[in-house]
Design a protein. Structure first.
Length: 169
């Protein structure tokens, strides 16, 4: 199960929250720290793949292009992948890069779980509006998105169940 999203969306932090360990995946406040496919074996039952982020990162343009090629090749060609967890920051409207990723994911036709991250940074009343805006931008059903916060644990159990269910199919 691969985790994909913009730089600094919280992929590594979410993986840590899912497996219940603080530092299985390295986190950082500055974007672009994940530079390769980092693979984590979860109990010899499932591999979680932390991909580099797309979009802005404090790296050279050449390195950013390399990240993009790596992500695109993984999404398009990785036969062993059973699904993708696509992380979107609940605080921000989808970017052009997010729309490009939506096209790549749609072409692959594999299970996609949408994790709306950093929900602890918006009020509970704003969450419903943000969820509606984000899923509406991609014409997806609202129940396909799981609101999460690695910091507070919000939605982590639901996301874990979804990941395990996708992996079993």
């Amino acid at each position: 199960m691969a985790f994909v999203g913009r730089s600094n969306v919280g992929k590594s932090a979410l993986i840590n929250a899912l497996v219940g360990r603080k530092a299985i995946a390295r986190t950082s406040k500055s974007p672009g720290k994940t530079r390769d496919c980092n693979v984590f074996d979860v109990g010899h039952k499932l591999y979680l793949v932390d991909l580099p982020g797309y979009g802005y990162a404090r790296v050279s343009k050449g390195e950013r292009r390399r990240f993009g090629r790596l992500i695109e090749q993984y999404v398009a060609r990785r036969e062993e992948a059973v699904g993708i967890v696509w992380l979107l920051d609940i605080r921000h409207a989808p970017s052009a890069e997010d729309h490009h990723m939506a096209q790549l994911l749609a072409a692959r036709k594999m299970p996609i779980i949408i994790a709306l991250t950093k929900a602890d940074k918006v009020s509970a009343t704003q969450r419903a509006d943000r969820v509606a805006a984000i899923v509406g931008a991609f014409d997806l059903p609202a129940d396909q998105a799981i609101v999460t916060s690695a910091a507070t644990g919000l939605g982590i159990d639901d996301l874990r169940e979804s990941v395990l269910a996708a992996a079993e199919n």
